[in-house]
Design a protein around this ligand. Structure first.
Ligand code: ASP
Ligand code: MG
Length: 256
């Protein structure tokens, strides 16, 4: 078992989703057993934070930004999915986006965005992206299932940066993967409390999701695909002499 994680830039456009799908297809052709974890499309998590805050301060323009976020995903569907399946995919997406719009309307009416509500708002980014990638791979003939990791990763209720309950989560992941043999396209970054409330694992948390799946399933490798080579010692956008770490253990990945 290998866990492949694709960051926001890797799934940031339909072109990049095609490249990612090629990478996945190559592994599948080699007979490799995989699990795939994806972030939200590039910029979407930031936009969701922004749209939530705009709604909370009574800024009517939040609707424009929310429309923009939604249409970005619809455009991705239109360029990736065959005409004959497009409308059913868009209907599936609409089911989720209606929930997001209702939620934002609630924030707008209440003029309040609690960390707990924000986590639910943010969860849509990973759910949209994984749903689209899963459908696209199915269309390519790579049979996949869309996996909402909120059902497997259990956390405390420290919304925004929830602590994972490892034992319960590992157990859930192991049991799930024992009976689901199709390629799983999993949401990064999100989990849920024991009561089922949506939580997030902290910004950049999709790597952590991949590390959790890798550790639970004793994967031979987790590959973090992004627009930099490997896991850098520090943020290469801020520090010029950042360099990729030659090796990284699951424990280190989970800590990061
Ligand atoms: N989408 C989330 C973020 O931007 C999680 C991730 O990308 O790892 O922080
Ligand atoms: Mg991201």
């Amino acid at each position: 078992m290998k866990v492949l994680k694709f960051g926001g830039s890797s799934v940031g456009s339909s072109g990049n989703i095609k490249l990612v799908s090629q990478i996945i297809g190559d592994y599948i052709n080699k007979g490799e057993r995989l699990a795939v974890v994806t972030s939200a499309m590039m910029g979407v998590t930031n936009d969701l934070v922004k749209v939530g805050n705009m709604a909370a301060v009574d800024d009517e323009n939040y609707k424009q930004l929310s429309d923009q976020i939604i249409s970005r995903h619809i455009e991705a569907i239109k360029s990736l999915i065959n005409i004959k399946s497009q409308s059913s995919m868009i209907a599936q997406l609409k089911f989720l986006t209606n929930n997001l719009e209702d939620l934002l309307h609630g924030v707008f009416l209440l003029k309040e965005l609690s960390p707990r509500t924000l986590d639910l708002v943010l969860s849509f980014g990973e759910r949209f992206a994984s749903m689209i990638i899963s459908a696209y791979l199915n269309q390519l003939g790579i049979s996949t299932e869309w996996l909402d990791m909120r059902q497997l990763i259990k956390t405390n209720n420290n919304f925004g940066n929830a602590k994972v309950i490892e034992e319960a989560s590992f157990d859930n992941i192991q049991r799930y993967f024992e009976i689901h043999h199709k390629l799983q396209i999993a949401t990064g970054f999100i989990g849920s409390t024991l009561k089922g409330e949506t939580t997030t694992l902290g910004r950049g948390g999709s790597d952590y999701t991949a590390a959790l799946i890798g550790a639970a399933l004793d994967a031979v490798e987790i590959e973090i695909w992004t627009d930099v080579d490997g896991v850098m010692t520090t943020d290469p956008k801020k520090v010029r002499n950042a360099f990729p770490q030659p090796t990284l253990s699951y424990i280190e990945a989970m800590e990061m």
